[in-house]
Design a protein around this ligand. Structure first.
Ligand code: NAD
Length: 283
């Protein structure tokens, strides 16, 4: 089975248009998402473009604050604080990674948790454990929804999350645990990782290593969620999983492109709607 994130996000878009119309009436203006992009990182520009496109398609106001790579920590912090205090800004994110010159500066420390559409601020990460976050991290949240849409029962599954980043691996492990899966987290220091993969029902591949996992590594009938996105040799996009041989092993997997990526973007918009609804208290 293909875990088709493009189809699901298209289906959800219809509902967004209605939701935006309702929120626009309540706010007296369109919902607004502000994105801060520092520097010229090509992948970041592509991600920001996808977010902008979905905003335009759903009549959400999207504003891009483009800063050059010489921007100082003080300048970036001051812009974040200004946007935190602007009542016309509903959602705010700083596209990561930041350029080398801003190393050591963590913008997530300054974003108002009530505007934190990425759900990555320390307060929202902490509140997530209590089930009370204003917004939860988009990629793992979108993955849970993708699995649900394909009627995959997570309770009781043996799951492996490869990667322990703050944005993907850790919150993914937490969310799968919350769904009553039994989770093992693997990372760059895990020994004999490939040998152990056959014992898992579900593998989330988020190591950021092109085609790191292959069908041969997995057990018959396993489910693979492929988070990685990489430009292959011929400029084709590839993930952390090489799907060759999946059919013979009856594997279900999310494709790259068209799997996790579109779910991340649509979850971002849903987080924006939830933040506004909490503000208006009209849930
Ligand atoms: P990251 O670099 O912050 O973290 C990678 C993690 O993988 C680390 O915890 C590391 O320990 C682990 N790792 C690295 N090499 C490994 C190895 N050989 N074996 C086992 N574990 C290993 O990356 P990230 O931000 O978590 O992103 C991971 C991938 O997902 C990247 O390719 C990124 O572009 C992609 N991504 C996609 C989406 C999406 O919407 N599809 C969203 C976020 C990230």
């Amino acid at each position: 089975m293909i875990l088709d994130g493009s189809a699901l996000s298209q289906k959800k878009k219809l509902n967004y248009v209605k939701r935006v119309k309702y929120l626009t009436e309540k706010l007296g203006r369109a919902p607004s998402l502000h994105v801060v992009l520092v520097g010229e990182d090509p992948a970041s520009q592509v991600y920001v473009g996808h977010k902008e496109k979905l905003c335009i398609a759903t009549a959400v106001t999207s504003k891009l604050h483009k800063l050059d790579s010489k921007t100082t920590k003080e300048e970036l912090k001051s812009l974040i604080l200004k946007l935190n205090n602007d009542s016309n800004v509903d959602g705010l994110l700083v596209q990561l990674p930041l350029p080398e010159s801003l190393k050591g500066f963590d913008p997530l420390m300054y974003i108002d948790p009530r505007k934190d559409v990425d759900g990555l601020s320390p307060m929202n990460m902490g509140l997530m454990i209590k089930g009370e976050a204003f917004a939860e991290p988009c990629t793992p949240k979108g993955i849970i929804e993708l699995l649900r849409e394909h009627s995959i029962e997570l309770e009781g599954l043996k799951a492996c999350v490869i990667g322990r980043s703050e944005t993907v691996g850790w919150p993914m492990a937490w969310m799968l645990t919350r769904e009553n899966a039994t989770v093992t987290v693997c990372h760059s220091k895990t020994k004999n990782l490939k040998d152990s993969l056959k014992s898992f029902d579900l593998v989330v591949a988020a190591a950021g290593r092109p085609e790191f996992v292959s069908a041969a590594d997995l057990k018959e009938g396993a489910i693979v969620v492929d988070v990685g996105i990489h430009r292959g040799k011929d400029a084709k996009l590839v993930g952390d999983f090489n799907p060759e041989g999946s059919e013979e092993k009856n594997l279900s997997y999310s494709p790259v492109p068209g799997g996790v990526g579109p779910m991340t973007v649509s979850t971002l918009l849903e987080n924006l709607f939830s933040l506004i609804e909490s503000k208006l208290d009209c849930k």
